[in-house]
Design a protein around this ligand. Structure first.
Ligand code: IPD
Ligand code: CA
Length: 280
């Protein structure tokens, strides 16, 4: 995902920004917030605090608390940066850097106690994503990337650099997807996914777009398609996927809210053509 909304030409101020420092901050804050969410999650089902775009689009107190924690830590360290989070009002930048944050991606899984929910933190520099970190809240597994520096997976036993090794055969491809919270769009997606099913090995709907994109980087999925993703669902995971060799696109060259499609290079052309022909 090359560009977000505030793209400006690069300038001398941005070249003085230390990307290693941004990555260290993102990793530290994502780990802290994932631990906070895991420690404070009550037993059983988590109470829904409110709903957003539809009755199925839920928010818990912990979504809000985690976003406040992340916003506080980042803007304390870098007060001139901008901040776009799923749950709060955007803060503009004067530094060139904007953070794009989903405090809990996979909120419905988090509510039910299913294992796929994650903190997702990205930093963009003049509109281009440069840093991405995704931490699984229930396992502590971490994915992270810096543009041009590769993407990595780490757990309590150590870490590895990621290089996608997905299949080049559509009929053997395991495809991740997700569904919009708005009923009409959801019905449309369900029909397109039903058409896709007969062309591929199978479909997975894990409930966290950020983790789906990381799993593509980790060769645990072979392709991904979704409509309706917001910038905070997509920002960190898209860089992690890209840095592992995954090709991403949308209706045009760039993925966006209308369509995100992603696959390893050997499968991308065929998969993208199929998805576009199926009415996504
Ligand atoms: C959702 C998840 C889900 C995707 C939805 C997203 P949320 O984010 O990423 O996998 O299918 O489109 O909205 O609401 O759990 O933060
Ligand atoms: Ca999300």
């Amino acid at each position: 995902m090359a560009a977000m909304s505030d793209s400006h030409p690069d300038n001398s101020a941005s070249s003085s920004i230390d990307r290693d420092e941004l990555l260290s901050l993102a990793r530290a804050v994502a780990a802290e917030s994932a631990q906070y969410a895991s420690r404070h999650r009550p037993q059983g089902r988590v109470e829904v605090h409110s709903t957003k775009s539809s009755a199925t689009d839920v928010v818990t107190h912990l979504d809000r608390e985690c976003e406040d924690l992340i916003r506080g830590r980042i803007l304390d360290a870098r007060p001139d940066d901008g901040f776009i989070g799923e749950e709060g009002e955007p803060t503009p930048h004067s530094s060139g850097v904007t953070w794009i944050v989903d405090p809990i991606d996979g909120t419905v899984n988090f509510v039910y106690g299913l294992p796929d929910s994650a903190v997702s933190i990205a930093a963009s520099l003049h509109g281009r994503i440069e840093i991405g970190v995704v931490v699984n809240i229930s396992t502590g597994e971490e994915y992270f990337a810096q543009r041009g520096g590769g993407s990595f997976y780490a757990n309590q036993h150590g870490g590895v650099r990621l290089k996608s090794e997905g299949t080049d055969q559509l009929s053997h491809a395991l495809i991740g997807t997700g569904f919009h919270y708005t009923l009409g769009i959801r019905e449309h997606q369900a029909q397109a996914v039903a058409r896709l099913l007969s062309h591929v090995r199978d479909i997975r709907r894990t409930g966290s777009a950020a983790l789906d994109l990381c799993r593509l980087a980790h060769s645990k999925l072979d392709g991904y398609v979704e409509q309706g993703l917001k910038p905070w669902d997509l920002a960190a995971g898209s860089l992690i996927a890209e840095e592992a060799g995954i090709i991403l696109a949308g209706l045009g060259v760039e993925p966006d809210e209308r369509l995100v499609i992603a696959a390893p290079g050997a499968l991308a052309e065929e998969f993208f053509a199929l998805v576009r022909s199926l009415g996504f």
